[in-house]
Design a protein around this ligand. Sequence first.
Ligand code: HEM
Length: 502
Amino acid sequence: MQLFLGTVLSSLWERAPLQTFLLLSAILLILAQYLQRKRQHLNYPPGPPGLPIVGNFFQMDYKNPKIHVQKFTKKYGNVFCMHVRNLTFIMVTGLPLIKEVLVNQDYVFIDRPHAPIISHIFKSLGLIMSNGQGWKEQRRFALMTLRNFGLGKKTLEDRIREEARYLTDAIREEKGQPFDPHFQIKNAVSNIICSITFGHRFEYHDSQFRELLKSLDDVSVLSGRWESQLFNMFPWIMKFLPGAHQQLFREWKKLETFVENVVKQHKEDLNPEETLDFIDAYLKELSKDNIHSSFNEKNLIFCTLDLFLAGTETTATTLRWALLYMALYPEIQGKIQAEIDWVVGQSRQPTMADKENMPYTNAAIHEVQRMGNVIPFNVPRVATVDTTVAGYYVPKGTMMMTNLTALHRDPNEWATPETFNPEHFLENGQFKKRESFLPFSTGKRVCLGELLARTELFLFFTCLLQKFTFQPPPNTQLSQDFRYGLTLSPVSYKICALPRAM
Ligand code: HEM
């Protein structure tokens, strides 16, 4: 049949290429409309009509997805549907619907989708992209081990404060001259999760570790490229074609090899009497020899990689936004410094106990997270059974995205949604929690590192502002431009860190 069609088409093409092209386009359009009507008939959420095979691929803005998401939300409402080849995904907007998906129907949407690119990189292992019993076991173990290594306790707080001292020393070395704080911040943040997982920190001048952080950065940027999205559609072709996705795989492999070597070293040095870090704790779990559990060496490597990736990228990006906003809003920076001086002074480092006496600083950190919005559409979920959302039919296997961007910029919720304004989190001078603020998501799959991230953000931020005033370099206009990847991050910028007079 295919051969017959192919022969007919090629002879038509030879005789009348233009007419054949028009005929084919008309057939494709009719087919697209037919599929669209079929979807409406089944009460699928509305959405832009797509082309056969490629679906809505060409209607998406890969550099700034906010643009097409905003456009389609305006046109089709708070639940709209798009598809790219055989992947169908739905975007929900607005707090009630986000809660419906992440909280009320948490067990329906508990799993992650297995789009080709996700399966290729994460192999359905680890913490972020695993599902089912394996995910439950790994998440429980990771949470317990993080607590055993000081999460929520003084020991980890002291570790972060010590790292903040290294960071302030490194920034002081810049002598108030313009510099890009990207890698110093990334190194400092990464050292916290590295000391929990690998058992040690890395010097800021360690060129090998710098290379690794660069790979992490590349992984984040390259995942947002259109070639990586094309891999989701045609993995069997894209596997052989050059492009950003191939570099993404190479950079990820470098990270994987690094962790494999660290695990190998830990196996050689393992002392049954001592558990020094996450890898040691996991190796001991492996020695329990429960063949039915999800604990195995491959999963150890992927859990460690996930902690390294998630524990570095998001928090470091948030802190980069924080310094940028401080330089852009000197008055707000001045108020935060006044609060730090009043509550902490200059003779000691800030501690977590200071937080409750520092409502303005706490509000400013929340505002950095609202404006920075580092995970704009949350990490995707998938419907594990057929269900309905807002009355629309959502079949099993549909990818579900939750629109945190619209939530964090909702003009009905925030007085000045597009402007940095810590007052959003204050009431009568006291810190006020906001329901429409979900940077760590919510429900059973909420960010596993939320407590760690909050502790790091507060301590790094206050320690830096205690010692420096951040300013744009002379005659320079700092921009709030961003780049999309695994996280939404500011484009590289240079800044001056002027030591504060003591
Ligand atoms: C400002 C910093 C951070 C932000 C904004 C953030 C945000 C998020 C979000 C939105 C999710 C998806 C949750 C969902 O699907 O509902 C997530 C998942 C996750 N985060 Fe974070 N995160 C941050 C820091 C961290 C840190 C420091 C760690 C390190 C321990 C971490 C580890 C994870 C892991 C392992 C997951 C996957 C959880 C699962 O699927 O069960 N995150 N994070």
